[in-house]
Design a protein around this ligand. Sequence first.
Ligand code: HEM
Length: 347
Amino acid sequence: MSILQMVEKLEESSESQMDLCPDLDANLVDYNERMLTLASNQSAAQILADAVAVRLPKWVLRAATGLPTETFNIIRTAKSLTNQLGEKIVREKMDVARQGLAVETDTFDMLLDLGSSERRKNILTFEEVAAQTGILLIGGQDTTSNTLAFGLLELARHPEFQEQLRAQIHASRATVSSAISYDTMPLLNAFVKETLRVYPVGPIQERIATQDMVIPLADEITTTAGERINQITVLDYDSTNRFCRLASRWGKDALEFRPSRWLDGTISQGQAVGPYANLLTFLGGPRVCLGWRFAILEMQVFFAELAGKFAFTLPEEGDPIHMRFSGSLMPVLPTDKKSAPLCVTPI
Ligand code: HEM
């Protein structure tokens, strides 16, 4: 069964509340896809060039983005189209507010703050809000879709867990008469957390310290010089991936995908980090992922809908998929092509 047939089946379902037809211009959808393809096909040289580029003065970067190359043309057009979409949304919001109908329901409403008689100090200008559209579109796509793909792959790799999860989903549908409360489904939430732990979509987050500081370590480590230390003086970058695999925190089998660790006391809580489940997958602090709560809800809904209605198995050829980091962590075939082919059967 293809993904399209799967979506059609979900749309047919009277229980499905998902809006699967976003009102986006075809040209924007096309350029958005080209942007994602650019980001997911970076060669080692391009990744290195990106790392060097962030250290260049801003004016050099601005000048470079004006170069008439195919890559920069895609970036410029996608940015211009998302800005136009943002301006359209902002205009519509302002029209609604003028009619006295504005209600704070989405990110744009909150950023614009049209409901209050006096706009908050330091609030973004209308142009700045419109310009955030591209960030929201890019920030919310590959992150969630790659994580969902890894999750479905793990369901196929763990048929017994898949059965248990499906049984729990069916049981809660049978007992709950109104909307399902996803937060009360232990296996579903353990599965969401384990997927985010094992597959942090941004496995390396570079940070540069703006002043000298000492950072205490939760556990002593041995340096390459053989010295045991419990603090470091400056943190240049932090590896989300390494934190998510610490045996001291997640258990001796931290490298394995095992959702039950979230239910059987394997995990040592330790110092709180990140906004969700003590994971660093969404980072933390002032630059925490703005969409983390929405992303969790998306994952709960998708996994519950999909695992409830379809069975996922590995293709007959076996399990050729592995992880690759290129802008984000993604599932790839041995050819390095981004893909996670699975056999999908309606229940
Ligand atoms: C599994 C899903 C997601 C993961 C793992 C994730 C992870 C992250 C991480 C690690 C960052 C910090 C990047 C950095 O500062 O270098 C970030 C930033 C951000 N994310 Fe997400 N994200 C996810 C989904 C979403 C969604 C669904 C949205 C919006 C609808 C979103 C919007 C943003 C935005 C706007 C930022 C920039 C925040 C800032 O710079 O202050 N993310 N995300």
